[in-house]
Design a protein around this ligand. Structure first.
Ligand code: RP5
Length: 162
């Protein structure tokens, strides 16, 4: 099956964060592709990636970047697909506010679904939920996932209660 989700990031230094999105997609058996696309260092590659995404069969793009994190917004400007933005707290970051605000503060007309700082896991889960709108089996898997989470919390609470 061709990739349904594209995971892209501004630098290979973002991989330690973005791997969490890949892990979720693996868990839900969603085919995905993962690569480095930089808005600033490889702008033409970014445009080409976004322009060809629909034709290549992608349904959702997860884009992570840090600092002046223009990648998610610029990809969203080009593709009609939903884009989930992951603000990555990079080493020279001002506590991650630079990454967060540059992904969050998109102008009207060009949305990016922004998750919390370094929250690539949630980006993966959101991608699964978007794909689930057309896939009842995937909705059931997400229900099972939530049920397992619920159960785990109750078990921990039970242990605390002693
Ligand atoms: C951004 O700059 C990347 O997304 C990364 O978070 C940050 C630092 O990149 P490197 O200098 O580590 O390649 O473009």
């Amino acid at each position: 099956m061709s990739p349904q989700v594209g995971i892209i990031m501004g630098s290979d230094s973002d991989l330690k964060v973005m791997q969490d999105a890949a892990n979720v997609l693996q868990e839900f058996a969603i085919p995905f592709e993962l690569t480095v696309v930089s808005a600033h260092r490889t702008p033409l590659r970014m445009i080409q990636y976004a322009e060809t995404a629909v034709a290549r069969g992608l349904k959702v793009i997860i884009a992570g970047a840090g600092g002046a994190a223009h990648l998610p917004g610029m990809v969203a400007a080009v593709t009609p697909l939903p884009v989930i933005g992951v603000p990555v707290k990079s080493s020279n970051s001002i506590d991650g506010w630079d990454s967060l605000l540059s992904i969050l503060q998109m102008p009207n007309g060009v949305p990016v679904a922004t998750v919390a700082l370094n929250a690539a896991k949630n980006a993966g889960l959101l991608a699964v939920q978007i794909l689930g709108t057309g896939n009842p089996a995937l909705v059931q898997k997400m229900k099972d996932y939530k049920m397992a989470m619920n159960q785990a919390v109750k078990e921990k609470a039970g242990k605390l209660a002693g």
